[in-house]
Ligand binder design. Structure first.
Ligand code: FES
Length: 258
């Protein structure tokens, strides 16, 4: 059973309407966190466990012993999260789920759509530590939602696309991938975001014989494999179901139809 504890909030600020960064101090949690994992956060003092929200590890600072989350306001739970203030304590369970596989000295491309970019940032940090060349492609609605400074501080190359054209490439991030990235330069691809976007990324990888991993976003009531709320078949021909919270959220491209 993963640990549950209360953690001191250092910051909870909007980047844009409905998009927030929350940072908390977590000395006991930080050493156990791997890229791709998530935490389950109780956004208010109510004891209703159904209100817990799964949020990806967006960034982890092992020196400062802090964890940062990037979250979008999409309902009651995440709306309650916006009320959390600095110096509050928040109930968090984790880390949960499996993690991305990391291999040293690779040329890797990361493709994130919207808030789905979150797990790719901590991933980029860890990949840079093992001497990978990292390019992060990030599709967002507008320039306020971009995270250029954080990604460049990590040492990764950042290629943004915005739907309104306010910064970077105008249009879909998958079009930027097709137009500006030479598949011959890629050893491995990681992606997270809307399934339609990930489907196009997987098709690009398959056409060019590139391996990769994706992270699925699912509703998760319990986060620990108990409620069956997140089950799905990876392939339409499968008879077995996986629990995204426990068997995932990370899966290999060649294990899933998407
Ligand atoms: Fe309960 Fe996955 S969220 S089984």
């Amino acid at each position: 059973m993963p640990g549950v504890d209360k953690y001191l909030i250092l910051k909870n600020q909007p980047l844009d309407k409905d998009l927030y960064e929350m940072e908390f101090l977590a000395p006991n949690l930080v050493p156990t966190c791997e890229p791709g994992q998530f935490i389950h956060l109780l956004p208010s003092s109510t004891l209703d466990p159904l209100l817990r929200r799964p949020i990806s590890l967006y960034d982890v600072d092992r020196k400062k012993e802090t964890i940062t989350l990037l979250y979008k306001v999409v309902g009651k739970g995440t709306m309650l999260m916006t009320n959390v203030e600095s110096n509050d304590y928040v109930d968090i369970m984790g880390p949960l789920g499996n993690n991305f596989t990391l291999k040293a000295d690779q040329n890797v491309v990361l493709v994130g759509g919207g808030v789905g970019v979150a797990p790719l940032v901590y991933l980029a940090r860890r990949l840079k530590e093992i001497d990978c060349k990292v390019t992060l492609l990030h599709g967002a609605e507008n320039q306020n939602q971009l995270i250029k400074a954080r990604v460049e501080q990590i040492g990764a190359s950042y290629k943004p696309a915005t739907m309104d054209g306010s910064y970077g490439y105008e249009g879909f991030i998958t079009d930027l991938l097709l137009e500006e990235i030479d598949p011959r330069d890629i050893d491995f691809i990681y992606t997270c975001g809307p399934e339609l976007m990930m489907s196009e990324v997987v098709s690009f990888a398959n056409r060019n014989n590139i391996s990769g991993q994706l992270s699925l976003e699912e509703h998760m009531a319990c986060g620990i494999g108990a409620c069956l709320g997140c089950v799905r078949r990876l392939r339409s021909s499968d008879t077995n179901y996986v629990k995204v919270c426990k068997d995932g959220p990370v899966f290999n491209f060649n294990d899933i139809d998407i």
